[in-house]
Ligand binder design. Structure first.
Ligand code: GTP
Ligand code: MG
Length: 169
């Protein structure tokens, strides 16, 4: 059965976080290691080299700029990453929803609750846990991405939400 179209997600995270493997798993393709050397905006997801995220002058600029080409932004973080460079409250300067994806959830040094805390503090509205190699959690993420793109909010609706102190605007 053919896959449904997915909302386009921008994938960022440090090198080896598992962005490309995740993209392959979402496509139902074989997972094979391919170091990302350039930004690929034409596939089902916008896959970036980890170096974008690890370079001070590029992390935020790329997050802002590619938001114009995606439907939502995804922070990819391996469950075994030893520290984070994420700053809190990222959605305050993004114009797309932000979600988090924790990969390698069964890695020997995995600490899923710690990574979940980083992603929560960064401002992710949803956090998914996956193992892109076994496919665990991929169907749930795929089902979320297959949800239709919501109608853009009017300025009046945004102001109404702001006035009630709600973050969804
Ligand atoms: N067990 C397991 N291994 C994973 C998972 N995701 C990625 N890997 C492995 O981690 C390594 C790096 O994965 P990539 O998908 O290439 O990482 P990347 O974030 O695209 O890295 P760059 O292209 O350098 O930015 C590969 O050997 C993958 O097989 C996962 O969910 N589970
Ligand atoms: Mg890659």
């Amino acid at each position: 059965m053919a896959n449904k179209p997915m909302r386009k997600i921008y994938l960022c995270g440090r090198s080896e976080a598992g962005k490309t493997t995740l993209k392959q798993a979402l496509k139902g393709a074989d997972t094979s290691y391919q170091k990302t050397q350039y930004v690929d905006t034409w596939d089902i997801a916008i896959d970036t080299p980890g170096e974008y995220y690890e370079t001070k002058s590029l992390t935020m600029k790329a997050l802002y700029c590619y938001s114009f080409e995606c439907d939502l932004e995804g922070l990819v973080c391996g469950a075994d990453e030893p520290f984070t460079i994420l700053v809190p409250g990222l959605p305050t300067c993004l114009n797309r929803p932000l979600i988090g994806i924790i990969t390698k959830i069964h890695a020997p040094n995995a600490n899923v609750p710690m990574v979940r805390q980083w992603l929560t503090e960064a401002g992710c509205s949803r956090i998914f846990e996956v193992d892109s190699i076994t496919g665990e959690g991929i169907a749930e993420l795929r089902a979320f991405l297959e949800q239709p793109i919501p109608e853009p909010m009017t300025i009046g609706e945004a102001i109404a939400l702001q006035s009630r102190g709600l973050p969804e605007w």
